[in-house]
Write a protein that binds this ligand. Structure first.
Ligand code: AMP
Length: 171
């Protein structure tokens, strides 16, 4: 099965010039969704992963399913002000301005073996901040996984842990 066949390009969303990779057709197709979880999880089945860390919001969909597949817990990384208990945060630069990601300070015990997950790797800013956040709380980052890598944006070069991607677009 070619999972790329189950993605849809939406030009000029959310702003002019962006081609948005819409994952909703894949999510709605039982076999494609199952295959995406198998493919995302494949490198980690024998890695004694204790938690999958998903990045808001589409990383929650893949991350939660991966956690069930890998039989481990799930931990959310969220946008500012969403998590109710004590958090730690990391800011990162965008093309214009900056953004921030947060995790509960007690979400991961030191030495937990984790995989960090998002749907699309673009410039890498979001995933790099998530990796930094998990390093800050002492987790053992086994790897990061994204369903889609927009390779022409060179986001991979910003990620300091092993990176697994399933669908590569452009060079
Ligand atoms: P970045 O920090 O630039 O790597 O952007 C990654 C985040 O933005 C991910 O959470 C993606 O869901 C989202 N994203 C960025 N570019 C796209 C795109 N072309 N299509 C779909 N999602 C995108």
């Amino acid at each position: 099965m070619d999972l790329n066949d189950h993605l849809r390009d939406i030009p000029n969303f959310p702003k002019p010039g962006i081609i948005f990779k819409d994952i909703t057709p894949l999510l709605g197709h039982a076999e494609a969704f199952a295959e995406s979880i198998r493919a995302l999880s494949a490198p980690y089945t024998d890695s004694a992963i204790t938690a999958v860390v998903g990045i808001e919001s589409r990383g929650f969909i893949f991350g939660a399913a991966m956690a069930r597949y890998l039989n481990c817990g799930f931990v959310p990384i969220r946008k500012p002000g969403k998590l109710p208990a004590h958090t730690i945060s990391r800011s990162y630069d965008l093309e214009y301005g900056s953004d921030c990601v947060e995790i509960h300070a007690d979400a991961l015990a030191a030495g937990e073996r984790i995989v960090i997950v998002d749907d699309v790797l673009a410039t890498g800013g979001t995933l790099a901040a998530a990796v930094g956040l998990c390093q800050d709380i002492g987790a053992d980052i086994v790897g990061a996984a994204c369903l889609v890598e927009l390779a022409f944006l060179r986001g991979r070069s910003t990620i300091t842990c092993p990176l697994h991607t399933v669908i590569t677009i452009g060079e």
